[in-house]
Design a protein around this ligand. Structure first.
Ligand SMILES: Nc1ncnc2c1ncn2[C@@H]1O[C@H](COP(=O)(O)OP(=O)(O)O)[C@@H](O)[C@H]1O
Ligand SMILES: [Mg+2]
Length: 232
């Protein structure tokens, strides 16, 4: 479903008139229904890879191919902006460590809107949104609040809730459990497990990959640049 070939990314630091290579020599592929974990030290380029799969960063060299439902096989960096937006709305979910807060949108509305984008009808969306917020232990008292005042953990759980209610074909997770307590981490694990059962393909960056033991089907190590199969 995803094939990355000889990927590298350099950033130009304009005020220093310098170009710095963030990551290079990355190749891997992920089949439909697989769950790839990416591991490596901080600054090794993990988030850069994920952002390139989401189309936020353009690779300096190499290609990122995606087998999409709407457009067939595409080079994610050689499609129109419209097509990319469609893929992000309908097929590819992305959970970053930061919440994208929409002005004047309550917590409940955020989750509902996420489903409306997928074409779910309003009533079903409302029911599912409440169920999901409950699952992630977002207190009911906060459902009609604007989430900009949420704690880091609440924001992250809301972020994950918005992404998973869409039941995406491909879900990208950038350290989704980093700032969570044990209980919330287990909820995330449970959710990921359900998504896998529903056929979602996942690529995730995890600090402690042991936590994903039994779920990851493959691991890519930034240090060795090796892809390793895992028994599940
Ligand atoms: N937009 C950017 N501009 C300049 N440098 C960047 C940018 N994004 C990432 N980098 C640099 O690329 C390297 C890899 O970053 P990142 O992919 O975030 O690593 P990781 O997620 O593995 O911690 C780091 O040295 C970081 O500073
Ligand atoms: Mg990162």
């Amino acid at each position: 479903m995803i094939k990355i070939n000889d990927f590298s990314k350099s950033f130009t630091i304009h005020h220093l008139n310098q170009t710095r290579e963030a990551v290079s020599g990355v190749s891997f592929d992920v089949e439909k229904g697989e769950f790839l974990g990416i591991v490596g030290e901080s600054g090794s380029g993990k988030s850069t890879i994920l952002k390139s799969i989401y189309g936020t960063y353009k690779p300096t060299t190499g290609t990122v191919n995606y087998d999409s439902e709407n457009f067939g096989s595409v080079d994610l960096h050689n499609i129109s902006d419209r097509a990319l937006i469609k893929l992000r709305t309908k097929e590819i979910g992305y959970v970053s460590q930061f919440l994208k807060v929409m002005p004047r949108t309550t917590t409940l509305e955020l989750v509902i809107n996420s489903m409306l984008e997928m074409g779910v009808d309003k009533d079903s969306a409302a029911v599912k949104a409440e169920e999901t917020l409950r699952h992630f232990d977002i207190p009911k008292a906060l459902w009609h609040n604007y989430p900009n005042t949420f704690s880091g953990g609440e924001k992250l759980r809301l972020n994950i809730a918005c992404a998973v209610v869409k039941n995406p074909r491909l879900l990208l997770l950038d350290e989704p459990t980093a700032s969570l307590d044990e209980k919330s981490k287990l909820k995330v694990r449970e959710t990921i497990s359900k998504l896998i059962d529903n056929g979602t393909t996942l690529i995730g960056i995890f600090h402690d990959l042991e936590f994903m033991d039994g779920l990851c089907t493959k691991v890519y190590d930034m240090n060795t640049k090796m892809l390793e199969e895992r028994a599940v």
